[in-house]
Design a protein around this ligand. Structure first.
Ligand code: ADP
Length: 594
């Protein structure tokens, strides 16, 4: 057994599956919330099903009467249902039966259309809500999400949730059909109807333990599928290291573990589903025996209505079987619905409060006694105070793990201080609107992250920006000459796995992306490894060109970068130990000198 995070466990027995507590909401409350906005369609489906059930009972009665009349060589049937007594001719019976058949044909249209419409709308709604909540969620929650998790939730788990919707509709239609059959049986013969009700209800009760185990295994399957998806995503990310360290066999073993766990749960859920259904089918055959018994007991009665009772009992048995199968499938699909709803809720609850103030310029920017902790009681930054004026170039240095990246995330408002205040133009930073903030503050990460798209689209990055501005940013980032030398120029497709561009060029495309909206503040986590000497000097040149045009924060990993800085912050153990000009630091700071 490989130990580590939960994703590293090779096997996961059912008892250990507890990542997310099952929802407190009842199955029906969850269904109601899923069906929100589609009540009209559900109601139409229910009415259509009732009409279908009534027409079916009518057809069964008509057929039984016709057969009995023909068998006795009579010309008129004798129909006796509840208080209705009629004596239609055989041809009238057949004409009415034909009309019922046509009506049933017409009813097939809405009944075939509505379930896919309801399910596809529900699936689209689940996906939209999930993704919208994710994209609005705080960076803290987004960053905590394991790789592959959102993808699996939005694909595999939503697909299973959609099948829950089909089961729900199956449950609605088969329950209504059963109810109509029972009503018809009541109208024909009370004894037969009571018999069906007692048998169906007791069977439902008897199968309860099977359903409960089915739900447990389905919950475990949902978790196992998530674990498997995360495993795939991680395997893709570390494919290179896996080859280099000869870990392919261990990697395969780990994935085999995930696959086998999911297989076990899938097998169990499907067996339980079929077992319950088959048991029900076997025992419900009692209805046939019961039907014959009633026929025998009431043998002196009218043969045709007895025949109709038997036919209705047979149909009731198959409707009962459908109710049981749809209910169990529904229960076994609910854990997937729960997981998508829990994920959506987790993202939604993390959406940070947004301010509404505009930000025409960034004149000053500073921290006032700022502290930050990822985990309560374990601060990684504390008592940080500084003020920076617009146009200054600030270097940030310090040992690894000192808190520089955390400081960058606070500066970008990706995270909010746990203590103290972040002030922009003397006002709390969170008061400024998101839109205003994003046009004024830009970022270049240490690792360039490109979309699989054209260079121009990578620079635009989903924003409405014209070609001229894109090329101006290309020039500012010293990548324009490279781009125009490629056959497709700004239309060249680049991306994480496309080898059209070098690491240094990727980094300069990211710099162009940051500059294209003409920000006032640029935060740059200086790349250390990806840069070739040409790219390095081009980026230096670009930053020199930007000096005094915008406020720059550069997390510097190379001493040469500090040459362009007006002042340098030294962060050690989460504390701002010095913040001065290079000359002063050179004279007075031992860390800087070393
Ligand atoms: P630096 O950029 O100077 O190397 P970081 O800001 O990345 O430092 O990390 C500062 C401290 O915060 C380290 O102890 C690190 O382990 C911790 N840390 C960083 N990111 C997280 C996170 N997402 N969750 C918990 N702790 C974190």
């Amino acid at each position: 057994m490989i130990k580590g995070g939960d994703g590293l466990a090779l096997a996961s027995p059912v008892s250990k599956v507890r990542e997310q507590a099952p929802s407190n909401m009842s199955t029906f409350a969850q269904l109601r919330s899923l069906l929100g906005g589609q009540r009209g369609s559900v109601l139409t489906l229910a009415i259509g099903t009732i009409l279908m059930g009534l027409s079916e009972s009518a057809l069964l009665i008509l057929l039984a009467e016709t057969a009995a009349t023909l068998a006795t060589r009579a010309h008129h049937a004798r129909i006796h249902i509840w208080v209705i007594h009629v004596r239609p001719s055989v041809s009238t019976l057949l004409l009415v039966a034909l009309a019922v058949v046509f009506a049933r044909l017409l009813l097939q249209v809405p009944l075939a259309l509505l379930p896919p419409r309801i399910a596809s709308r529900m699936q689209a709604r689940l996906r939209t809500e999930l993704f919208h909540s994710f994209s609005r969620a705080s960076w803290d929650v987004q960053a905590r999400d394991r790789e592959g998790q959102l993808q699996e939730t939005m694909t595999g788990q939503v697909a299973q949730a959609t099948s829950a919707m089909y089961s729900a509709m199956g449950l609605i239609t088969s329950s209504l059909l059963l109810a109509v059959m029972l009503l018809s049986a009541f109208a024909l013969n009370v004894l037969a109807a009571v018999f069906v009700v007692v048998l169906t209800v007791s069977l439902f009760g008897l199968l309860r333990p099977l359903r409960r185990t089915g739900v447990q295994r389905a919950r475990a399957l949902s978790q196992a599928q998530l674990q498997y998806a995360r495993g795939i995503a991680e395997s893709i990310r570390v494919a290179e290291e896996t080859q280099v360290f000869g870990a392919s066999a261990a990697q395969r073993k780990r994935m085999d573990g995930f696959i086998s766990t999911a297989r076990g749960h899938l097998f169990a859920t499907q067996v339980l589903l079929r077992l319950a259904s088959n048991l029900y089918a076997a025992v419900i055959s009692l209805l046939f025996v019961g039907g014959l018994f009633i026929l025998y007991e009431l043998g002196r009665g009218h043969a045709a209505s007895l025949g109709a009772i038997v036919l209705i009992l047979v149909r009731a048995s198959s409707s009962g079987q459908n109710v049981q199968a749809a209910y169990q499938t529904l229960l076994q699909s609910m854990p997937f619905v729960e997981r998508t709803q829990l994920a959506e809720g987790r993202y939604r609850e993390s959406v940070p409060a947004r301010g509404s103030r505009s930000l025409p310029e960034v004149a000053t920017l500073g921290f006032d006694d700022v502290g930050f902790a990822y985990t309560l009681g374990r601060p990684v930054l504390s008592d940080i105070s500084f003020e920076v004026n617009g146009g200054e170039v600030i270097g940030v240095i310090g040992p690894s793990g000192a808190g520089k990246s955390t400081l960058v995330q606070l500066l970008l408002r990706l995270r909010a201080p746990s203590e103290g205040r972040y002030l922009v133009n003397g006002l709390p930073a969170e008061e400024f609107s998101e839109d205003a903030w994003h046009t004024r503050v830009a970022y270049v990460p240490q690792e360039p992250r490109l979309l699989h798209a054209s260079v121009a689209e990578n620079i635009r990055f989903f924003r409405e920006i014209d070609d001229e501005a894109v090329q101006r940013a290309g020039r500012l980032a010293r990548i324009h000459e490279d781009i125009v030398s490629w056959p497709d120029g700004y239309d060249t497709i680049v991306g994480p796995r496309a080898d059209a561009v070098s690491g240094g060029q990727q980094q300069r495309i990211c710099l162009a992306r940051a500059l294209v909206a003409q920000p006032e503040v640029l935060v740059l986590d200086e790349p250390t490894s990806a840069l070739d000497p040409t790219s390095e000097s081009l980026i230096q040149e670009s930053l020199m060109g930007l000096k005094q045009q915008l406020t720059l924060f550069i997390v510097a990993h190379r001493m040469s970068t500090l040459d362009i800085c007006d002042r340098v912050m030294i962060i050690i153990d989460g504390k701002l130990t010095a913040f001065d000009t290079i000359e002063l630091l050179q004279r007075e700071n031992s860390y800087y000198r070393s």
